[in-house]
Design a protein around this ligand. Structure first.
Ligand SMILES: [Zn+2]
Length: 87
C-alpha cells in the first residue's frame, strides 16, 4: 500500500470518527409519513443515531474518562501535599 493511500484512509477514518463524536444523530427521514403512530426507527424523535456513533462514544469516554479521573486524582494529591495533610 502506498503512503498516500494510507494517509488518505487514515484521514477518512479520523473524519468519520470525529463526525460521529460531534454529530451522533442524523435526521430520520420519516417526516413525510402519511399517517398514524410514531416511526419505528426514531419512535417520534425525528432523529436516529448514526451507524457507529454508539461505539465511537463508548470508546471515547472510556479513554477520556480515565484521563479525567487521573487528572482529578493528581489535583487532589497536590492539594493534600500543599495543605500538609498527614499521611
Ligand atoms: Zn423516524
Amino acid at each position: 500500500m502506498s503512503l498516500t493511500l494510507f494517509l488518505a484512509l487514515a484521514a477518512a477514518a479520523a473524519w468519520w470518527i470525529l463526525l460521529r463524536l460531534l454529530r451522533p444523530y442524523r435526521p430520520c427521514g420519516c417526516v413525510a409519513k402519511p399517517q398514524g403512530g410514531p416511526c419505528s426507527r426514531c419512535k417520534g424523535a425525528r432523529q436516529v443515531r448514526r451507524f457507529g456513533a454508539t461505539a465511537v462514544h463508548r470508546f471515547f469516554w472510556s479513554v477520556a474518562g480515565e484521563a479525567m479521573q487521573r487528572r482529578a486524582h493528581d489535583k487532589a494529591e497536590n492539594a493534600k501535599q500543599k495543605a500538609g495533610y498527614p499521611e
